[in-house]
Design a protein around this ligand. Structure first.
Ligand code: SF4
Length: 396
């Protein structure tokens, strides 16, 4: 029996991938522990900073563990981001589906143990799709995760039921490009999967991790509206509000299409987004267009990413926007985002909501707005908004 620890960097998909390595080691009869012999670091490479943090985490683990496995997107990045680390570090450049078996096989198994490891106390991220066949000019993900592929619907629905049976009240369907989900052999696309996963007995809430605007179509919107457990929150990456920049990014929509597809949803759904600041083609006028589209589409929260050239991408050698300009524009967008969040929170004063308590004194409403509430972790509580604070809506 070997003791192990698992950590991840990056997105929800990375969290799920790390959990799958955890489940494979537990199934092999090993035990998760704080001070462990073996460490798994599931890495991220979406920005230079993410790679630096991943390398640091691996180096730190190498000082306190007999063996360290570096898995995930960072391990698959062409550039040898982890070269020069101590000899007890093993870089595992394998697809997410293959890494758990490799690590568990390398550690060795002492028998087959039935595993029922929870991912989180309240929320379970269920990966339904991986990879991406879009090829945005700035993005390294298709290079490190490969082309889009989907899990069988039967396996996804079985996992959703298992997570609910484990006590998870909320399930988040997650993937790299979720809208590309297809199980052709069983006749499933994302709208059908949403309807059936959302009907899982005992499930309190179903949410989508993020969805490209290209996939926000009538079928999906109908499925979201007609499935009672679906959270009234959609995370739809914008990246830029300027058409010339969107073309330079090789994004597959225009600002007009983004606005047109979100317009019917903005009163019913809480819309959040991602924006890249300082992309090579972005001048001040283009940035002003991003601010305008973010406001006109009713986005209430923006995750702002200063552009970071990625190895192997079309724009790998292109970074003309000065860091100071990226910082200034990022700050302006974050201020816009904070103001938009507060405006949405203020609409909750005097109105009711249903909050899933996910930490002591905290939780998220049906539209993923943050609340300060009483109740036990895992409780679903009915609340009324009385005030807005720095951290969210205060419940009566
Ligand atoms: S849609 Fe574009 S940004 Fe998103 S993962 Fe695919 S290539 Fe990257």
């Amino acid at each position: 029996m070997t003791t192990f620890s698992v950590q991840f960097l990056g997105c929800k998909v990375s969290q799920v991938d790390a959990h799958e390595v955890r489940e494979a080691l537990l199934a092999g009869g090993h035990v998760e522990a704080g001070a462990a012999e073996v460490a798994v670091v599931n890495t991220c490479c979406v920005t230079n900073e993410a790679v630096a943090k991943s390398r640091k985490a691996a180096a730190r683990a190498a000082r306190t563990h007999r063996r360290v496995y570096v898995t995930g997107c960072g391990a698959n990045l062409a550039a040898n981001a982890f070269s020069g680390l101590p000899g007890n570090v093993v870089v595992v450049p394998r697809r997410s589906e293959d890494a758990p078996a490799f690590v568990a096989g390398d550690v060795g198994s002492i028998g087959c143990v039935q595993v029922d490891a929870r991912l989180d106390r309240v929320r379970a991220f269920v990966k339904v799709q991986d990879g991406c066949s879009f090829s945005c000019n700035f993005c390294v993900i298709p290079l490190v995760r490969g082309a889009s592929r989907s899990r069988h619907a039967e396996a996804v629905l079985a996992e959703v039921a298992r997570r609910v049976a484990q006590g998870h009240r909320e399930v988040v369907l997650t993937g790299i490009n979720l809208g590309c989900y297809r199980d052709r052999s069983a006749g499933y696309d994302l709208p059908r999967l949403v309807r059936e996963a959302g009907a899982t007995p005992g499930l309190a809430r179903l949410r989508l991790s993020s969805i490209e605007i290209n996939h926000v179509n009538e079928e999906l919107v109908a499925a979201l509206r007609q499935t009672p457990t679906v959270s009234r929150h959609l995370h739809v990456p914008l990246q830029s509000g300027d058409d010339r920049v969107l073309r330079a990014m090789a994004r597959r929509y225009s600002s007009e299409m983004f606005l047109r597809r979100l317009a019917p949803l903005r009163d019913e759904f809480n819309l959040t987004s991602d924006v890249i600041v300082g992309f090579p083609a972005e001048d001040e006028r283009a940035f002003e267009n991003t601010i305008r589209v973010a406001q006109e589409s009713g986005l209430t929260k923006l995750h702002v990413f200063p552009y970071s050239p990625r190895p192997g991408t079309v724009t790998a050698y292109d970074d003309p926007v000065p860091p100071a300009v990226k910082r200034e524009r990022s700050e302006r967008l974050r201020m816009l985002s904070d103001a938009a969040s507060r405006a949405r929170w203020r609409t909750k004063i005097g109105s009711d909501d249903v909050v899933l308590v996910d930490r002591p004194g905290r939780g998220y409403g049906d539209d993923y707005s943050p609340w300060l509430v009483g109740g036990e972790v895992g409780d679903v509580v009915r609340v009324r908004g009385v005030a807005v604070t720095e951290e969210g809506i205060l419940a009566a």
